[in-house]
Design a binder for this molecule. Structure first.
Ligand code: NAD
Length: 336
């Protein structure tokens, strides 16, 4: 049994996490959950945004699964997601975006993975306001170490998964120093991976290429802000935020998460789509060495998504969150 920290989160979080617990239980996954609130829910229950017991649990278990958490825009507390990433140095945000056969999406030939640097750039927390001059500064700080480790993570992933091409995305024509750091890192690290090709693209061209011919990309590595935007763009190519997985990975600790938000408009109705968190759970199973279970769960999710009538309303079906979870288990039984 592997103990994993579970953060249901806010809004639809507890509903989609319930679906994961059901599926894991039904498939007999060797996982024991240690459940903690965070964010708004935690503030109400414990008067702490990120309870210290939760932090100790993540530190101890090294692996967590997290539902979405509310972040107020422009005011209030700092994003819990960003805080957790920085606190545990989860420098690689990994987002696989692959077309699902039968699912109505913009493209049916996409199979790419984005590696977004997760701790630096404009998210380093260097925000200042000079009241006298009425000037706001958000400093984008990028380090050589930060570039080297995210580029290495992308190449290593490509090697382990038999992928052939790494594309470095930057804006080195304008952001000369910071862009150059990422390119130099790729120049150096690519020499250790002779079987893997690499190229680079300027962010604006990349955005256009992705909407025109996404099939040309394999593994993409980029800085924090560009990665944030591109990973949502790529999710849009394959069916949207409701169906893509996400993980925040460091050298020691990994947090797997639903990349969509708390969906306040449908929270409490039991109709949220649990696909994204289930697919993140597939990544989590791979991470803890349960490859065979991961494969089976992934295939069962794909089979469910291929039949509209088995899906939730956002995908054109009528299933509730828990009905979708039961449909996944039924499809799993049909595979075995
Ligand atoms: P959102 O992703 O919550 O919702 C956007 C739209 O997508 C809504 O119409 C919603 O109903 C729908 N949607 C999202 N997930 C769905 C699902 N699983 N099934 C069916 N429909 C789904 O984005 P938002 O409205 O911009 O943000 C709401 C809140 O979520 C904000 O407080 C924001 O800070 C937070 N948020 C958290 C995370 C996170 O914790 N990782 C990510 C993004 C937004």
């Amino acid at each position: 049994m592997k103990t994993i920290t579970l953060i249901p989160g806010d809004g639809i979080g507890p509903e989609i996490i319930e679906a994961v617990k059901f599926v894991f239980n039904e498939m007999g996954a060797p996982v024991k959950w240690e459940e903690y609130p965070a964010g708004e829910t935690a503030l109400k229950e414990t008067s702490e945004l990120i309870p210290s017991a939760l932090l100790a649990s993540i530190q101890r278990n090294k692996v967590a699964l997290k539902g979405p958490i509310t972040t107020p825009v422009g005011k209030g507390f700092r994003s819990i997601n960003v805080t957790l990433r920085q606190m545990f140095d989860l420098y690689a945000n990994v987002r696989p975006c692959k077309s699902t056969p039968g699912l109505n999406s913009k493209f049916d030939n996409v199979d790419l993975v984005i590696f977004r640097e997760n701790t630096e750039g404009l998210y380093a927390g260097l925000n200042y306001y000079d009241e006298r001059l009425e000037i706001a500064d958000s400093v984008s700080r990028i380090t050589k170490k930060g570039c080297m480790r995210i580029v290495r993570a992308a190449f290593e992933y490509a090697k382990q998964r038999g992928r052939k091409l790494v594309t470095v995305v930057h804006k080195a024509n304008i952001l000369k120093q910071s862009g150059a750091l990422m390119l130099q890192a790729a120049e150096t690290i690519s020499k250790e991976y002779p079987g893997i090709e690499w190229n680079d693209k300027i962010i604006d061209n990349m955005a256009m290429q992705l909407v025109l011919r996404p099939e040309q990309f394999d593994v993409i590595v980029t800085s924090n802000l560009f990665g944030d935007i591109l990973s949502d763009l790529c999710a849009g190519l394959v069916g949207g935020l409701g169906v893509v997985a996400g993980a925040n990975i460091g050298d020691d600790i990994a947090i797997f998460e639903a990349v969509h938000g708390t969906a306040p408009d449908i929270a409490g109705k039991g109709i949220a789509n649990p696909t994204a968190i289930l697919r993140s759970s597939v990544m989590m199973l791979e991470h803890i060495g349960e490859e065979s279970l991961a494969k089976t769960l992934s295939a069962a999710i794909d089979r469910t998504l291929a039949k509209k009538e088995l899906c939730t309303a956002d995908l054109g079906g009528k299933a509730s969150t828990m009905e979708f979870a039961r449909n996944v288990i039924k499809q799993m039984e049909l595979i075995e």
